[in-house]
Unconditional design. Sequence first.
Length: 272
Amino acid sequence: MATVINAPAGEKTAYHVRAGGEGANFSVAGFNLWYGAKQALFDIDMEIQKGLVTALIGPSGCGKSTLLRCMNRMNDLIDGIRIGGRMTLDGSDIYAPRVDVIALRKRMGMVFQKPNPFPMSIFENVIYPLRIDGVRDRGVLEQVCERALRGAAIWDEVKDRLSESALGLSGGQQQRLCIARAIAADPEVLLMDEPCSALDPIATSKIEELIDELKGHYTIIIVTHNMQQAARVSDNTAFMYLGRLIEYGDTDGMFTNPKLVKTQEYVTGRFG
């Protein structure tokens, strides 16, 4: 079934989204964003299904990463940002005046385009979120470190090197370490901004396998330029163009039977 709202240039936004087992836990309603006088996002409406992987696709500059960074308020750090509309996590407006932004970001782990391990040991990288919270119990820290590294499918590779610098790991290992650091804080949502763009095909394959393993434990939202990757890892896909959500639906349907012409042109490589 397709629901239609807010569309550019005469095209209507189509929705045909696979439902998660427990419904949506992150919703976007009428969301707009401006950088100064320039509007970058236009009337975005979507519900992210709990426990599933949602991919954001579209050509460069279409607003994918901007939308993702709004979800944990990373864009608050940019001067001149204005927003309109709502984003809610479990029904609560994340832009409400009294929201604790630090606490919000703990609920929504972030993995960036390039691996960004801290210049410290592998162990200290993983348990950094707990250090920030004042946890000092060595037993707790060791338990969380192992759990997070196992969850990120890198424990067996680093368990005998925990005191060594994280900067000595390969690029793919560093990215999995960053995922371990993100899940060490026990978030509800994982935001991934092109997590494989700086990796080789083998490392990319490991990250994609990891995403599949993490699905269900976390709600995952991934920005990717790679349509094949979106098709492989995601349950739902959102196609964005010129700051607008054009089509949002079940990934299989989006790639085999898109509802709108613009979506079909993009997924078949006619532009982008």
